[in-house]
Design a protein around this ligand. Structure first.
Ligand code: PMP
Length: 423
């Protein structure tokens, strides 16, 4: 049984009370974007109606209150992920956070930034390591950085059962490795990667570690400091929060040494016509007007998740994952991608239905009120590794019930008969 009141949780999400195609909505697309509880919507609306103002400037009362609320939000969200407020840089999402890191390393390579940033500079012969399971947001910025600096990109392979090949990782990560960027949880496989082992391999070689925590922060207890990575990126809209907000977490000495990426207002000390000095992190990385109402909404989301308890959330979603996976395994013609058993997981299951295109499966499920994701889920190389161009992905959240999963499984078992495909 779930450790929180599931009926009460469902009542907190206004979007769930509707019907789709005359059926109750079964929302199994939280890995793409989560739904938002009323407290998050209220937090944003309340700020916008009562205290809206630009932060960190202006002598007026509202500006002061907005600044307090904005910095309180930083404290709440940083606390939720096991970091101190000054270790959290607001970004528009994980994509922006990962690009920030890649461009900052590029700037260090160009000799921009304080002397201590030289340790991040890349040269031909240096290597950047990612995995075969990365979301494009944690792949393409590294491809671009490699192209700009002459560094080489290498990949840790994924085994047939969806787990990361740690033996291969020990061969791929060498003394040429300068950056190891990897996902905590793949948005396709749902399997939790061995962060401690990868950090140990990278640290032994003196490489910087960058964690894509998009699919872990919303679904399991996340402690940035305990994980030991140098940097981590996450998105607010996947963790019951608003769009347009996310974060980069960093070890203080790493954030201090990395040069800025975006430059402009609000991140400077002195400015002349020829040059500028920069504020310490996190402000150094927060050029321009910040997403204030979104930060306040995200803080409300973290308070909501904390009240449920992340251990309870993780256990709930792991049970749902097992229910999805064992159900899918029993359906004729269904192949689960990343079918490893006995591994730590979040509530994500991706699969193909033999003889039926993923898009047809998605349409068929939608006709039954079930919202899933179809396509490559921004992980084309991972799909290619499994011989696929597309898959169907079901993903759970705090409000997902066993009934949701059963409606979904029942619908999936109807796919092949409906399309007249037999074994
Ligand atoms: N990494 C992973 C693992 C993701 O699932 C996503 C979102 N699908 C991203 C990165 C990118 O996040 P965003 O689009 O919110 O920037």
């Amino acid at each position: 049984a779930t450790d929180f009141d599931l009926a009460a949780v469902r009542a907190d999400f206004p979007v769930l009370s509707q019907t789709v195609q005359d059926r109750p909505l079964v929302y199994l697309d939280s890995a793409a974007t989560s739904q938002k509880p009323q407290v998050v919507l209220d937090a944003e609306i309340d700020f916008l109606t009562r205290a809206n103002s630009a932060v960190h400037r202006g002598a007026h009362t509202l500006a002061g209150e907005a600044t307090l609320l904005f910095e309180d939000a930083r404290e709440s969200v940083a606390g939720f992920v096991g970091a101190r407020p000054e270790q959290l840089v607001w970004t528009s999402g994980a994509t922006a956070a990962l690009n920030l890191v890649a461009y900052s390393i590029g700037n260090a390579t160009l000799g921009r930034g304080a002397p201590e940033s030289a340790r991040f500079a890349l040269a031909p012969g240096d290597e950047i390591v990612t995995t075969e399971a990365e979301h494009h947001a944690d792949l393409i910025p590294w491809q671009e950085l490699a192209a700009r600096t002459g560094a080489t990109l290498r990949h840790i392979p994924i085994r047939d059962d969806g787990t990361l090949d740690l033996d291969a990782a020990a061969r791929v990560i060498t003394d040429r490795t300068r950056v190891v960027a990897f996902t905590h949880v793949s948005n396709v496989l749902g399997i939790v990667n061995p962060v401690a082992e990868l950090v140990a391999l990278a640290r032994e070689m003196g490489a910087l570690t960058v964690l894509d925590a998009c699919q872990s922060v919303p679904h399991l207890p996340f402690d940035f400091t305990a994980l030991g990575v140098d940097l981590a990126a996450f998105s607010g809209h996947k963790m019951l929060g608003p769009y347009g907000i996310g974060g980069l977490l960093g070890r203080p000495e790493v954030l201090d040494a990395l040069p800025p990426f975006l430059t402009g207002g609000s991140m400077v000390t002195t400015v002349t016509l020829d040059e500028a000095g920069f504020l310490p992190a996190p402000q150094k990385f927060e050029a321009g007007t910040q997403p204030v109402s979104q930060a306040i909404g995200l803080a409300a989301a973290t308070r909501y998740l904390s009240a449920l308890g992340m251990d309870a959330v993780a256990a709930h979603e792991r049970r749902l994952a097992e229910r999805m996976l064992s159900g899918l395994r029993g359906i004729d013609g269904v192949r689960v991608i990343g079918d490893a058993s006995g591994v730590d997981r979040v509530g994500i299951a991706s699969f193909e239905v033999a003889g039926v295109h993923a898009h047809d499966v998605g349409q068929f499920l939608d006709d039954r009120g079930v919202a899933v994701r179809v396509g490559h889920h921004c992980a084309k190389p991972l799909h290619a590794r499994f011989g696929l161009t597309a898959s169907v992905r079901a993903s759970a959240s705090v409000f997902t019930t066993n009934d949701d999963v059963d409606v979904f499984l029942d619908a999936v078992s109807g796919v092949r008969p409906f399309f007249g495909v037999s074994s």
